[in-house]
Every structure is written in C-alpha cells, then in structure tokens.
Design a protein. Structure first.
Lengths: 344, 344
C-alpha cells in the first residue's frame, strides 16, 4: 500500500509553536469517494495565521486537531478525479495540509489555477491569498491617495511587501516597519519603499515613526497589533484608515491589556477595520488578474523562500513566526510515489 | 452701557467639571466690526463633549480659556448686522457661548435656520448637531440592515434616542443601554426600542447584552467607550460596525488601559470608525430635511429638558455629565435688554 507522508500536530502549543510540537508520520494513502478528487501536493504555504489555527482559542476557524495533519493551503495536481468538474492534471490551490496526498471535496478547493498564469508557486503568494490580503486591505480599506503617507507593518513579509508596493502604485509615500537591517535594506532596495524602520534598532519606535512620517500617517496597514499599533496611532492623521489583517504582536491565547484607542479613534476620526482575505474569494480572479498584470509589467516584485522538503515545514513555521524568513515562505512537497498512485 | 451676562470658566477642571468651576459675570456688550453680526442668544446647548473642551488635553478643539465665556452652540437672533449676508431678525445656530450677546464672524455661524422649519429649540437637537451625529453615525457608518440587531449606548440621550429610532426606521431590532429604570421605561415607551438594559441594575453587563441580543450585535453605536465597549465587543457578529462618537466612559484627561480589541476587530472583521458631526456640515440641509420629514410624519420623536435661565447652565452640564437629564438638555437665554441694544 502506498504511504502518505504527513506532518501532524503532535501536541497543542500553548504559546508560539516549536518544532517538537509536530511529528512526521506515514499514513495509508487516502482514497477519494464519489464527488471527490485525489490531489498530489506540490507546494504548501507557511503562514503567520497558523499560530492562531494551533491554539484552542476563539478564532475564525476551529483549532487543528492533535494527531491530524497540519492545516495549510497548498498547490496540488489532480491525480484522480471522481468529479466531472476536475480533470487529472488540473492544478489547484486548496486546503492540502502538510502532506503528500490529500482527498479534497470541491469545497476544499480555493481556486483552479488558470493555465499559463505566472509561476506556479506565486499562486500561494502574490497571486494567492497573500496578494488578495494585500489588495483588499491596502487598496480597498486603506485606499491611499496620491501624496498620502502609508505605514506598513511586517513590511518585508509576504503580505506587507505587496501592500507597500500597491500603495506606491496608488501614488502614496511608503514607510515600512521591519525587524532587521537586512530586511530594512530589502524594503528600500528591492520593494521600493521610500523609507524603512528597523524597529529592533530604535529605542523609541513612536519617535522613529514620527521622524520617518513627518506629515503623519494616513494609512497604517496593521498585521501586528499591540505596542506597534499603539506607536502608529500616535502619528495618525485625521481621517486615517487602519486595515487590520493580523495580531502577531499580541501574546497568543490571552487577552492583553493596552492603552485604550477609543479617544484616538474619535478625535482622529479613524476607521479601524478587520478583514480576512477569504471573505473576498468571489473576486479572486478579478484581483489576481490585476496583480498578474502588475507583476508582468514589473511594477510589482515578489520574493520567495522555498524549503525543499515536507519535513522542513515545522522549522519554516518557527522561522516565519520568529520573523527570520525573507519573503513568502513555502515548502516544496515531492511525493515519493509516481503520479498515478498504485492502490492495493 | 449695556451689559452682557455670561457664564465664564473660573478655573480649569482636571476631571469632571463642578458648578463652582464656573462663574457668572457681566461684561460690556460687544460691538460688531465690519463683516460681523451682533447676535442675541435665545438657547444654548449642554453637550457631553463639553467635558473635553474644558480639559487641557489633546482634543479636536482647543481648550476653553479660563476667564472666557464657556464655549457652546446656541440659537440666536441677529440684532445688528454689518454683513450683507445677514439681516436683523435672521435666526442662526452658531458658537454663541453661554452668554446673552455675542459678536460672530460668518465662520462662527453653523447654519441659518430656514423660516418655518420646526420648533426653534429642535435646531439644537434632533434638527441640529445631535440629529446630524445620529444620522451620520447610524445610517451611514452603522448602516443597519432589516432584521439586524443594533445596540445603542446612552440610548436615552439626545443622540442615542435619535440613533435608535433611525435604526428602527431602517428595519433593525433596537436595544438601548441606559442608566436608570426611568430611562429604561422611556426607551421602551417613548422611543420605541425593542429592548432596553439598565446597566446600573445588571451585575454582568456583557451577560445582559447577550440576553437581550440573542442573535448578536450587528451595530454598536458607541458614545461611551471603556468597559461598556468591552462588553458590547463580546457579542458582536462577524462584519459588525461600531460608529464611535464619544468616549464619556473613559476617565477624562488620562489614557486608560483596557483589554486590547485588535483580535476581536480581526476575527469579527469589525469596522470601528470615529466620526464627528461637524465634518459633515456640508450635508446639513439635506440631512435636516430628511429628519424634519420623519419628525413631521411622527416616525421620529424627541424630548427636551430646557432650563429657564443662563445661570442654570453649569448645573445643567453637571446633570448631563452625571446622566441625570431626560432628553436633549438646553438652556433658555433671555437677555434683559430689548432687542435693539442701546449703545453708549
């Protein structure tokens, strides 16, 4: 019988996950039922939001069960189809999990990748959920106007680097926040930010934001929350927008206290809006098309860090959550089996 | 020489103002210069936002100077005009302050009251800034849909009572928060709320909100902030809107700590938006016209508490800030002088 190598959740982390929270196992290859497809996984994604998926805390999806494969988006190729809507060889983005083989219902498929639409791995990045997140958050909620100042958190990350470039395309001045000198250079030299702040080298982050945003902040693209949000709120202009797509700066699992933002929200007439890209799937093709055009014309660039094997996934997640990755973090999955799975 | 009786700020409060922070004085009647008008004050308003105007803290207007007349909106009649745009006898809403006579520049005039447009005092209430606040906050930011649940803070107040009625006109189920049993009855019997909570009689406000909003909260109209906002956020639905028009629940002058809302904002895709009615003056006539129609047709009702004399203003403000007033709080100002002021 063919084996399906997987990375499963061995125990539930109570804070940031560590590599030993995961284990590699080999399960029998799954068998699709009527209406389902068998998918061979090609790439899986490593996302900051996975921290939330692992915790037994209120979230927008149920926690990953202990003993089950780690939940993740992935790119796969249809190896066997019991659904007339899918043909063998179709490439899809869906909830593959960290495993070589997966049986999917059509509802687990996020999107079919159109033939010849950019590099395959980009569909887990700038042409995938991260691009959709950056687009909705920056262009629709943030809606920067020419000449406005846009401050982007985790600006060297997959979402932040696209968000900043989209703000620049909209005519705004862009300032990025990041956690190392190497990434600060990356923001300026590769992603075209007008200014960049390495928050780890700044004794007073609010003062640094004030220095780099002398006319104030009109959009703060927030994927962090916490004290970084507090610092940004000290410099927002009247009418500023704060799209919120992540809270990686908050201690996981607990409700932290902090300075109340209500007075700033009122006095500065802020719009603070949470959003989740998956709410906007119905417009994915339209938005991915626009992003593809910008990629093709060179107005948008992206950076990927691709780990070579399934067993690298937990380490890649730890790196991601420690902010050590450069660019969109992916893992290449190469099933040992040939494409046509021999069944018992 | 004619005298102008005024209520001036005698000393700056550091927290909630008390009556002895103010003093009654009599200054020489002011004289208009070219381009200005002399206005006889008829009514002045008592507003929760005055607490902020008195403090020497960041706000959306400079603090009222000690020794000067208390800043306030008022209704007045033009007694002398050195500006061709205004005729003697015109009725205006503007920054009269707590005083019998005031010289105004055209920029101090908020609005000219159209002839025959509802009861005069309503132009400081449901047809004035409070109506504009309720309209913009509820119908444009909150945007309740038929069948949604709308929770309104300080629901028996001038803004809240209108906001709740506008939500009902939009087809929503309305739940009001208020601070006494008398006001709770007022919400149900006069303002037509579907449910009402006296937060002073509830040991657990969040539980009471959950009980009265069994399908969750789609719009929380927030003029309070603080722990009442925290309680409401425990019951918001995905996609809920939180228009913020006041922070009366926060300790004045200081930045309070509280549970961080970022995670709820993200997970529930909230839109939390501060707004100030004066930003929307350009649409005042359009919105006041709509409110007048609802008043005339009986779909909207309002309640006023009018103190009879200038000297009552500080006490009325203290009552307002203690939540003891019923309805829109105003003071009737009757200058001793006849309408045509005799000059020295």
């Amino acid at each position: 019988m063919s084996l399906n190598h997987r990375v499963v959740l061995a125990r539930r982390p109570t804070s940031l996950p560590v590599e030993s929270d995961f284990a590699l196992d080999a399960a029998p290859a799954p068998t699709p039922a009527a209406g389902q497809i068998l998918v061979r996984t090609l790439y899986v994604s490593i996302d900051p939001g996975m921290r939330g998926w692992l915790l037994d805390a209120p979230n927008y999806s149920a926690p990953v069960p202990v003993g089950g494969p780690m939940r993740s988006f992935g790119i796969g190729e249809v190896a066997e189809s019991h659904n007339p809507a899918y043909a063998v060889g179709d490439l899809i983005v869906g909830m593959t999990g960290w495993q070589e083989w997966v049986v999917l219902d059509p509802t687990d498929v996020q999107r079919r990748i159109p033939a010849g639409s950019g590099p395959l791995s980009a569909h887990l990045g700038v042409l995938g959920l991260t691009g959709l997140t950056a687009y909705v958050g920056m262009l629709e909620i943030g809606a920067p106007q020419p000449g406005e100042t846009v401050l982007v958190s985790t600006a060297a990350g997959a979402v932040g680097s696209v968000a900043g470039q989209l703000a620049a395309i909209a005519g705004a001045r862009t300032v990025g926040l990041t956690g190392s000198e190497e990434k600060r250079r990356l923001l300026l030299d590769r992603f075209g930010f007008d200014a960049a702040i390495n928050y780890r080298s700044e004794p007073d982050l609010a003062a640094a934001i004030g220095r780099e945003c002398p006319t104030g902040v009109d959009v703060y693209f927030d994927s962090v929350g916490g004290s970084m949000l507090d610092a940004a709120l000290q410099h927002v202009n009247v009418g500023a927008r704060v799209p919120v797509c992540g809270t990686i700066g908050l201690p996981p699992g607990a409700v932290a206290d902090g300075p109340r933002p209500e007075r700033t929200i009122l006095v500065k007439r802020l719009r603070v809006q949470g959003f989740i890209a998956t709410d906007h799937f119905d417009r994915f093709d339209e938005i991915a098309g626009r992003l593809t055009d910008w990629l093709d014309s060179g107005r948008l660039t992206h950076l990927e860090e691709i780990a070579p094997a399934l067993a690298d996934a937990p380490g890649a997640l730890v790196r991601q959550l420690a902010g050590e990755n450069l660019g969109r973090s992916l893992v290449r999955i190469a099933a040992d089996q040939p494409l046509s799975l021999s069944r018992p």
